[in-house]
Write a protein that binds this ligand. Structure first.
Ligand code: GTP
Ligand code: MG
Length: 215
């Protein structure tokens, strides 16, 4: 991170553009890595753990909002220091077992540095939110040297993603103050989601056992 801040300070007015360039490059690198992992998995096991991938760069307005919300002034340096999800990737898979498989494959890559891991599947948030988060830095090779650039990776099942999308909409609709009955309903739905995920996983294991016996 020091290297990135140093680089941006040198460039002054162009700092923002450099930053966006770096985060875009980091997304490309991670996207390619994940694509390759998925292809290799398909090649060896004839099974693709990843349903689909979404990636995005946070909008300037949303970056500024986040800084404000946390009491920081708007500056390119503060963005680098305090906003960890400017570059974000979301990996959607079928089963919770896939989540840990994918997380393991990512964290084992020797050129990525794992900054933090949050397992909201083993420990869901009070809202009911379930997902697996990994913050990594990706080395980006520039003419001036290597800059480690941070990317937030969220890994979740289709069902968890369905829940999170709706909850996100509701959160914004009520500006974070949803009435109690809606909150409770969402928590209840989150329980249904984790139940469904468990049952689908167990069903899938039974199907696999069946195929193994009959092959
Ligand atoms: P943020 O300031 O929200 O980024 O949280 P954080 O820095 O403490 O990190 P955390 O891992 O808790 O959350 C990172 C991201 O996960 C958020 O930006 C959301 O995309 C997602 N997320 C976290 N909690 C929730 C939740 O309760 N509901 C939904 N829909 N998404 C969530
Ligand atoms: Mg975020």
């Amino acid at each position: 991170m020091e290297k990135l801040i140093e680089l941006i300070k040198q460039e002054d007015a162009d700092g923002w553009e450099t930053l966006m360039f770096l985060y875009n490059a980091a997304l490309k690198e991670i996207n390619t890595k994940i694509d390759i992992l998925n292809d290799e998995f398909q090649h060896i096991y004839h099974y693709t753990p990843i349903e689909h991938i979404k990636s995005r760069i946070k909008t300037p307005a949303s970056i500024v909002n986040k800084l404000k919300k946390n009491g920081y002034e708007t500056s390119v340096e503060n963005m680098v220091k305090y906003v960890n999800d400017i570059a974000g990737i979301r990996i959607i898979c079928s089963f919770t077992s896939d989540i840990y498989l994918i997380a393991d494959m990512i964290t084992k890559q020797s050129d990525l540095k794992v900054v933090s891991v949050k397992d909201y599947i083993t420990h869901p948030k009070v809202s009911g939110y379930q997902s697996y988060h990994i913050l990594v830095t990706v080395p980006i090779h520039l003419t001036q040297g290597i800059v480690d650039t941070i990317v937030e990776i969220q890994i979740r099942t289709i069902a968890q993603d369905f829940w999170a999308s709706l909850e996100h909409k509701i959160y914004y609709k009520f500006e974070g103050n949803a009435p109690d009955y809606i909150r409770r309903e969402l928590q209840e739905c989150a329980n249904i989601v984790s139940n469904l995920d468990r049952r689908m996983l167990s069903l899938n294991e039974k199907i696999q056992e069946f195929s193994e016996k009959n092959s």
